[in-house]
Write a protein of this length. Structure first.
Length: 428
């Protein structure tokens, strides 16, 4: 607790520098990464992250210093060049984009390692710490470095805000964007440049190896929580900033722990939690929704079969035993008993002397399912020209999801036709 108070008091200037730097770099890369993620180009971030290393080394060789401006320029040039080459290879050859990415990533990174090794053996004292670009060193974000990287991060966020609508349209429907006259090639160039800049700025904190995760993971985590692109972008920025703050705190609390890897660990943990617990898209929520749907289908099928039995005996309210129901249509007995009890609790069935019978509400619900089944068979037979003996299976599926609006349209379409393609009565 004492460590927490000391950290968030921000009395130490180095804590402020590292924390602000980590938040800015993480959030700005997450904002740009949202559109890279939506365009399904997640591997592009990895390619750029590995391709900037030769640019950093070349900038150092030419300038002889670790001036952040020179390093950014060098990294930007080779990162941008790698994307141009990847795009050219995938368009002009038979190689797919993922193959081109793997090829360029390995070649550029190999060249970068060779140049870095050469620099380390050159005897130039200024090269100390240059290898931190491989694995990141957020503690180095002080002084002029922080100012330069902070400005670049702000520029990234401001550019995305300014071109948000155009980038959003490009991410979802590039053909439509071109059709309405948007400069598609220019926007692609802009997104490419933003991606390279995001990687270049973030690489100081998390390094070449982990930068792709920092670019894509916040967007992937945010995607589980919303369908709104604006909310997703904001949420990705918040999650990225939170992971930057948390990584800086962990590094402060345990000095042996590097900030960059912890930033990635935290955002990865958030993404994993989102994968399980996010509403609607989370695996737990989807599993619960699937179970709910399965129970609904089982219940409606059971009510439908009770209606079929009632049609045969001309008595819809007659009590039925479990054996009689299974003889009409096979249901696993355990599942059938659960469904019967569930329908009784919902007020659709009653149980008397071991037999199950409709309530008025149950009869109406079972009748509607039968009506929808037979109306859909009629639609498939007459409108889709499918043979009557091939329509049953499709109707078995669709009867459970027909809305009241579609139900009304079907009734009007066939003018409340009395019978279905099998000459069975349609119960209106």
């Amino acid at each position: 607790m004492e460590t927490l108070k000391e950290f968030f008091s921000f009395q130490d200037p180095s804590i402020i520098a590292v924390t602000v730097g980590a938040i800015l770099l993480s959030s700005s890369s997450a904002v740009v990464g949202t559109f890279t993620f939506l365009k399904k180009k997640a591997l592009v971030g990895d390619a750029v992250a590995h391709s900037v290393l030769p640019g950093i080394c070349l900038a150092f060789i030419l300038s002889g210093t670790k001036n952040p401006i020179y390093l950014i320029i060098g990294a930007f040039v080779t990162g941008w060049l790698s994307l141009v080459i990847i795009d050219h290879i995938s368009k002009k050859s038979k190689l797919k984009e993922d193959t081109a990415i793997a090829l360029i990533l390995s070649v550029f990174f190999g060249i970068g390692i060779l140049m870095l090794t050469n620099i380390q053996h050159s005897g130039n004292a200024a090269q100390t710490g240059l290898d931190s670009f491989l694995f990141g060193k957020a503690a180095a974000l002080v002084g002029n470095d922080l100012i330069v990287f902070g400005i670049v991060a702000v520029v990234l966020i401001a550019t995305v805000i300014l071109f948000f609508k155009e980038l959003k349209l490009m991410a979802f429907d590039q053909d439509y964007a071109e059709a309405i006259g948007l400069p598609v090639k220019g926007l692609e160039l802009l997104l490419t440049s933003l991606t390279v800049l995001a990687v270049v700025t973030g690489i100081q904190a998390v390094g070449v190896v982990l930068m792709a995760a920092m670019l894509i993971t916040p967007a992937a985590a945010a995607r589980f929580w919303t369908n709104d692109t604006r909310v997703m972008t904001l949420l990705a920025a918040i999650l990225g900033g939170f992971s930057g703050l948390s990584g800086a705190f962990v590094s402060y609390a345990a000095p042996a722990m590097p900030t960059g890897p912890w930033i990635v660990m935290i955002i990865s943990a958030i993404a994993l939690i989102s994968f399980f617990v996010a509403p609607k898209r989370g695996i737990i929520s989807r599993g619960m929704e699937q179970r709910k749907l399965q129970r609904m289908i089982m219940d409606e099928n059971l009510l439908k079969e009770l209606f079929h039995l009632g049609e045969k005996d001309h008595d819809l309210y007659k009590g039925r035993s479990i054996e009689e129901i299974i003889e009409e249509r096979y249901f696993p007995e355990k599942t059938l008993r659960k469904s019967l009890n569930r329908l009784r609790r919902q007020g659709f069935l009653t149980k008397t002397n071991g037999d199950w019978r409709y309530t008025e509400a149950g009869k109406m619900k079972g009748q509607r399912v039968v009506k929808l089944h037979r109306l859909w068979e009629l639609y498939l037979s007459e409108k889709m020209k499918i043979a009557p003996d091939h329509v049953h299976e499709d109707a078995e599926t669709i009867e459970h999801i027909i809305t009241p609006e579609l139900e009304e349209r079907l009734e009007k379409m066939f003018d409340r036709r009395a019978t279905d393609p099998h000459d069975e009565q349609i119960p209106y």
